[in-house]
Design a protein around this ligand. Structure first.
Ligand SMILES: Cc1cc2nc3c(=O)[nH]c(=O)nc-3n(C[C@H](O)[C@H](O)[C@H](O)COP(=O)(O)OP(=O)(O)OC[C@H]3O[C@@H](n4cnc5c(N)ncnc54)[C@H](O)[C@@H]3O)c2cc1C
Length: 446
């Protein structure tokens, strides 16, 4: 039961309730922010809102509880690809939607007085290989040429790479507004608030199926019994295909790695203030969040290049129990700071903790949000592709309004390509497999 503010293994009631107005499956950032907005925006004067949240393991033990906390909107990098696929206007909407999450998060953190290490800063993208540097520059230039809102994006003058961002061997670099957060603290705060408002939280309870009955109700079968609900929200990210069959092959679990680096003596003389992505090709990038509080340790995520060509490890893998993915990824992370950062010194033993988590990658790299086609009152907010922090909050707010009937169409509030539609589900495209070329010739078994 509840131990102070710690909801890790919390169960609001000894038994699972037998019915609920709304069941939310999953207690990560998506599930918790949906619950938060449902309570915030519902008209509770008429009827209390009975929400049950079901979590298979401990509270927030999925990707959200393991992530790097980098809130870095994509403000130019995918512009060209989006523009070619969806047209200029939608591409601009996709960029703006991610950028505006920072203000939305700032507002939430200050209104609710949430202690979650929230820091707004500049995010820096540093490109260190020619092909991707040229691609990134072209994408930025296209957004400029199309008249997009690029006022916040600054190209770094090439002569200033070392002095301004302190990354070695940079070929192209830009900065723009980004942020960092401690997602686990944020989610715990939101869930405590929801539990106070009456939400029934049931941890260590796995949903094995959720079916719409002829009566229109939903029947949710769990490891601890069955409950009925008028509406159900799947906030199960990488694991969704297991209980939402139409998303089979559309969301694939893949592992990611993060570690904590203890700063070197040289570094502590002048700690970094920006957050970083060091990109060496489209999906091969490492990111770094220098913590501005506490011991100033550095959260470093990535090392995908050491395992992504091994399909057994990289593709359709739900195992987040590994400390690190393989010896090569461990070594890669240990060597990262001295290799890329100017004046780091020789300290290579700073890598103190490593952990893995499971990301939900979708076939077109965009999340699925909205009401399931042909399954009324069943909703998804899933598939955030390693880019959940600058996407989830405003998706959750919009979905909560749809579920509450405050809006008729979610496209009023989120970019159209995020919406789950029959057409999107029927598309054969698989961007991840195609682009990473891991489908047929799996010769690099690292
Ligand atoms: C290692 C790592 C680093 C990352 N770093 C960043 C970053 O720096 N910036 C960024 O933007 N994004 C990052 N991401 C991605 C980000 O963490 C996700 O996009 C985001 O947390 C997704 O939130 P969610 O609530 O949708 O999913 P999750 O946090 O995974 O929550 C889903 C929950 O559903 C539960 N669940 C699943 N199936 C069932 C079931 N059948 N029954 C009951 N419960 C179920 C799971 O146990 C889980 O707790 C990272 C991800 C990983 C793994």
């Amino acid at each position: 039961m509840c131990d102070g503010d710690n909801l890790s293994n919390y169960r609001s009631t000894v038994d699972l309730p037998s019915e609920s107005d709304i069941v939310i499956i999953g207690s990560g950032f998506a599930g918790s922010s949906c619950a938060y907005y449902l309570y915030k925006n519902a008209d509770l004067t008429k009827n209390p809102l009975k929400i049950t949240m079901i979590e298979a393991r401990e509270t927030c033990s999925g990707a959200t509880g393991r992530n790097g906390g980098h809130l870095k909107p994509d403000v130019y990098y995918s512009y060209k690809r989006y523009s070619n696929k969806y047209g200029q206007q939608i591409a601009e909407t996709l960029m703006e939607f991610e950028a505006k999450q920072i203000d939305a998060m700032s507002k939430l953190v200050s209104e609710e007085n949430i202690e979650c290490d929230w820091t707004v800063t500049r995010a820096c993208d540093a490109y260190i290989e020619p092909e991707i540097a040229a691609e990134a520059k072209a994408s930025y230039e296209q957004r400029c040429a199309d008249g997009g809102n690029v006022s916040d994006i600054h190209e770094i003058p090439p002569g200033d790479y070392l002095s301004m961002i302190r990354v070695k061997n940079v070929l192209y670099g830009v900065t723009f507004t980004g942020a960092s957060i401690h997602p686990y603290k944020l989610v715990h705060h939101l869930l405590n608030k929801c539990v106070e408002k009456g939400m029934n939280l049931q941890t260590n309870t796995c949903v094995s199926s959720a079916t719409r009955l002829p009566s229109g109700e939903w029947s949710i079968v769990t490891s601890r019994g069955t409950l009925k609900a008028s509406k159900v929200i799947f906030a199960t990210n990488a694991y969704t295909a297991g209980i939402v069959p139409v998303l089979n092959d559309k969301i694939v679990p893949i592992p990611g790695t993060v570690c904590r680096i203890i700063p070197s003596i040289n570094y502590m003389l002048s700690p970094l203030e920006m957050t970083y992505s060091i990109r060496s090709n489209g999906h091969n990038f490492d990111y770094m969040i220098p913590r501005q509080v506490g011991d100033r340790s550095i959260i470093l995520g990535g090392a995908k290049r050491t395992y992504m060509y091994n399909r057994k490890i990289f593709h359709n893998n739900c195992d987040d129990s590994m400390e690190f993915i393989n010896e090569k990824s461990k070594m890669y992370l240990e060597e990262f700071m001295p290799k890329h950062f100017h004046n780091w010194g020789n300290d290579q033993n700073g890598c103190k903790q490593m952990w893995t988590g499971i990301l939900g990658f979708t076939s077109d790299l965009l999340p699925f949000v909205g009401e399931l086609p042909d399954q009324s009152n069943g909703y998804v907010i899933v598939g955030f592709n390693g880019q959940g922090m600058p996407r989830i909050l405003l998706c959750a707010r919009a979905l909560a309004d749809l579920v509450l009937g405050r809006i008729d169409k979610i496209e009023e509030l989120i970019p159209e390509p995020y919406i789950i539609t029959k057409n999107r589900l029927e598309t054969k495209e698989n961007y991840l497999l195609d682009r990473m070329a891991i489908q047929s010739d799996l010769t690099h078994t690292s």
